[in-house]
Each structure stands twice: as C-alpha cells, then as structure tokens.
Design a protein around this ligand. Structure first.
Ligand SMILES: [Zn+2]
Length: 299
C-alpha cells in the first residue's frame, strides 16, 4: 500500500535523477562522484561454464573468459573501469576483445570509452542512436561499432553467444545475452531481481513490450539456466519465473483499474497486494511502478 500524498511524477523524477542518470550523464568527473566510486569493490560471482558475473556499482557485468580471450557484457561507470580490468585480470583474463551493451544507460555503458581501444563494442541499433545523440554527451570512443536490428550471434570461447533484441521494454534498445553453452543468460534491465523494474518511458520503454518480451523468453529457457539480472543477485529460472509472474500480475491489476476508469492517484492510493511489499524497496517504488504501467502507451 502507498500512503504517500506526494505527486507520483515528482517523487519518481527525484528518484530517477538521484539514482540512475546521476553519474552516467551529469556528474562524471566531479569530485563527489569520484569519492563515491573510490569505495566500490568489484566482486566476482561464479555463474557457470565460462561465465562470471561481476558486481560493483551499477548494472551487473558478465564476462566470458576462455581460450579465445575475454568477452564482456556491460561495464558500469567510467570511474570503475580500472577496478573492472583488475577483477578480470584476477580471473585470468586479458583486456576484453568484445564488449556488448545490453542497453544505453550510463550504469551499463558508462565505461565504454575505457575499453574500446582493445574491445569491439557491439549493441542494438538504438543503443548507438542514443550514445551518438549529442544530448547525451558521450564521446565517440564509447560508440558501438557493430550494431544489429533483431539479433546476432558471436561464436567465442567454444559456444554460441546470442544477442537477442527485446523491443520496447525497459528502453527501445535492450538485448538479452544468451551464453548457450555455459547455460547463462544476462537479462539486462528487463530483470530486476526481485524488484519492480524500471520502465524508461523517455527511451520508449513500455510495460506492454516488457510483458511480451518476458513471456516470450521465459518459455524458451532451460530449467537449469542461471540468469544475471540487470540489478540484483544471480538468479535461478524459478526466481526469474517468480519475477515474470509478479510483473504480469501487478501490471494487470493496474491496467484493469485504469480500464475501469480509476485515476492514477486512486490506483496509487489503493496500492498493490502486501505480498509485493518487498518489490518496492529497490530503485523503483510501488508508486513509481504503478505510474510507469499507467503511463505506458498501448503498443
Ligand atoms: Zn537501465
């Protein structure tokens, strides 16, 4: 339940500015941001096969380390690049040869320019479109050099690594990265474990697209796959199913009430079931989730 009387948009916006865009776009290089990053520790979490997850600050990273070298998925914030390189080195890896961005947000692509002297950056067409937009103030060294519309496979370290575009969910440029031999999937920010996800409406994210993407993907996954969320802990398929079910159920509640004529304020006041209380304790509050669902255009 939500007892707040604050305007949902203002509360959402303050959370958004504070946590997400903060160091990616507006503050890199400022001393306060540098101090914040100075204390970040990059922690390797073994997944399966060739794949290790790296947790630090920002979106989770996946690294594939093997006989062909290193492929990395996402790179957190630019001030963390040296620590990330050190973590890869501690795992026996060299500089990444390939860097994949799950989407354009700065907590996932902020370090691009610090890896691109050695790594070929690969991402969906719309990631490049965002990063090259002068409004986002990114340098050319951060731009993906190989892009795709629907997906592409990289054959590396003895397995097929599938980059699968998931349209208009979290943004309009998200991909899931499926390490088919290692049996590990990096979901990017279409999966917050287990919290309400962020729908970036200003980047053409949409709850209807998110639901379609999740429901299409979940039926294709082996039961023993491990899943790296954009944010949160390494997860089992059962945990991912719990997340998908909760997104389906809570979004349907909001959309049903909207269809019945309730205002956004009334739906926020009524709130979502108590069993979902934990879901609103992360980056996205219950109020922010309801607001994003309510404001998603029909696709
Ligand atoms: Zn994101």
């Amino acid at each position: 339940m939500s007892g707040s009387t604050a305007l949902p948009t203002s509360r959402f916006h303050s959370v958004f500015v504070k946590s997400l865009v903060f160091s990616s776009i507006f503050l890199p290089g400022l001393s306060q941001a540098q101090d914040d990053f100075a204390n970040v520790v990059i922690t390797p979490v073994p997944a399966a096969g060739n794949i290790t997850m790296l947790m630090g600050q920002g979106g989770n990273i996946a690294v594939s380390i093997g006989e062909d070298g290193v492929l990395m998925v996402d790179d957190q914030f630019a001030p963390l690049s040296d620590k990330i390189k050190a973590a890869i080195s501690s795992l026996g890896g060299d500089a990444p040869a390939f860097l994949v961005n799950t989407h354009w947000h700065g907590d996932h692509s902020g370090g691009n320019e610090n890896f691109s002297d050695q790594a070929t950056i690969i991402a969906h067409d719309n990631v490049r479109a965002r990063l090259t937009d002068p409004a986002n103030s990114r340098v050319p060294e951060s731009y993906p050099v190989i892009t795709y519309a629907d997906g592409v496979s990289i054959h590396f370290n003895g397995e097929e690594i599938r980059l699968i575009h998931l349209p208009n969910g979290h943004t309009d440029g998200d991909s899931a990265i499926w390490f088919t031999g290692s049996n590990v999937l990096h979901m990017g920010d279409q999966f917050f474990a287990i919290r309400y996800p962020f729908i970036d409406l200003s980047s053409n994210g949409n709850v209807h697209g998110l639901i379609r993407n999740l429901n299409n993907l979940v039926t294709r996954l082996p039961d023993d796959i491990l899943i790296i969320p954009g944010h949160g802990n390494l997860s089992t398929k059962a945990e991912f199913v719990t997340y998908v079910d909760g997104v389906n159920e809570t979004a349907a509640m909001v959309l049903d009430r909207k269809a019945a004529g309730l205002s956004l304020e009334a739906i926020i006041e009524e709130g979502l079931p108590a069993e979902y209380e934990q879901w609103g304790t992360g980056f996205i509050s219950e109020e922010a989730w309801i607001t994003a669902v309510f404001n998603s255009p029909n696709l």
